[in-house]
Design a protein around this ligand. Sequence first.
Ligand code: NAP
Length: 483
Amino acid sequence: MNMIAKKFPNAALIDGEWVTSNKTFPVYDPATGEEIASVPDLGAKDALRAIDAANSALPTWSTKTAKERAAILKRWFDLVTAETESLAQLMTTEQGKPLAESRAEVAYGASFIEWFAEEGKRAYGRTIPTTVASKRYITIKQPIGVVAAITPWNFPIAMITRKVAPALAAGCTIVVKPAAETPLCALAVAKLGKDAGLPPGVLNIVTTKDAPAVGKVFCEDPRVRKLSFTGSTEVGKILYRQCADTVKKLTLELGGNAPLVVFDDADLEQAVAGAMASKYRNAGQTCVCANRILVQSGIYDGFAAALVKAVNKLTVGPGLEPGTAIGPLISSEAIAKVEALVSDAVKKGAKVLTGGTLDNAGPLFYRPSVVGDVTADMSIVQEEIFGPVAALVRFDTEADAVKLANDTPFGLAAYLFSQNLGRAWRVAEKLDVGMVGVNEGIFSNEVVPFGGVKESGLGREGGAEGLEEYLETKYICLGGIDA
Ligand code: NAP
């Protein structure tokens, strides 16, 4: 087993016990292809066992005070923070992102634990002015109950803590199925939660190669009152359908196709910096990556030249090597998709301005690329690229930009660059998305609501809204007040 992987568990966590199995599946380092560990390949029965555990733990956990739960969550935050370096190394080894980005993700992931530990104390209800003299109206907030979560590989810690922390702070218990590519980060963070004092059954981690079977159990079990999913729109729709029979609450954080709009009146340097941050982080494998860079005619040539110059400075290599800015993609399928999208664009008239090929660092490394003269009919702007390729589309008027930006079934994030405050506000209001970065390429943090509209999903994570997702509102009518 790889040295860093040895430091953390490679067994699943059910009811406070580390669970092994004769059936396992390997976890690989995408930079080298090396097998770094193997973890239990659990199935439907184990998923049920995990739900049993979460259900048994619920009465005790949900009746602790918010302050008592917060104390455990804060200890968990401290332990994760203290292990930043080893967690970051594990993440880079398992997922591929540069070490600096892994460190940032550990901090980002931990921030949800700290924020929700505090926010859990503020799950306020309301008193509502009465309409009848003998009655009083009150609402209280209560935990939804047992929660199931299914998470992706691109942010292997933060996508877990963004669900687990608010669920636990609200008084829910939870079963998590992490992505098959990145189970080790999930298990490492869960171990630190256990060390912090999370009681058995409050947090369970089911590792599996059979996501459909485990997912079906999560969706169909009536004891699970909420499913929170982050991943592709395609899988989100399957889960949405499967949850219908038990009328579960759902949070769906799905795919995006973010437009990044650069107007003629943008600050060129700021726009390039924003595009670099949004596009090339995690080698382009984020749901809020700029997927379509829409550039107004007057600034197009200058922007393209400056972007190419900045992109050519990015160093490609294994994430553990100092100075690496672009690590490997997650799989050969991801590489094949990027190659197919670039080839389709070139066939339809786009021009590769830089990159456009595999890098010689290894089979999963793609050179950071810029493709110009892209048009709306090309697959590269209709599908999520999920790779380090910027696709530049030229437009003429503000109305054209808004029309192009909204011409997609997705609506997660958008970015716009303009020094004209009126235009920035006007366009931000018109974009059909859940989040807008104005003159800014990075906007995620624990205190704000993250999420999308249209086929990018339902609900919000982070911020006060993120806690609300795990709470039910109960209305109590108190009668007989009159003497
Ligand atoms: P994915 O294929 O949908 O997988 C996500 C999770 O779903 C994984 O744990 C996967 O398990 C599981 N899964 C796959 N098929 C399933 C099924 N039939 N039933 C139950 N679970 C199933 O997505 P991905 O490729 O890992 O992640 C990339 C996608 O996530 C992109 O579309 C990206 O935009 C989106 N994303 C969205 C957000 C957001 O906040 N909106 C954040 C990050 C990523 P296996 O790993 O075993 O396949």
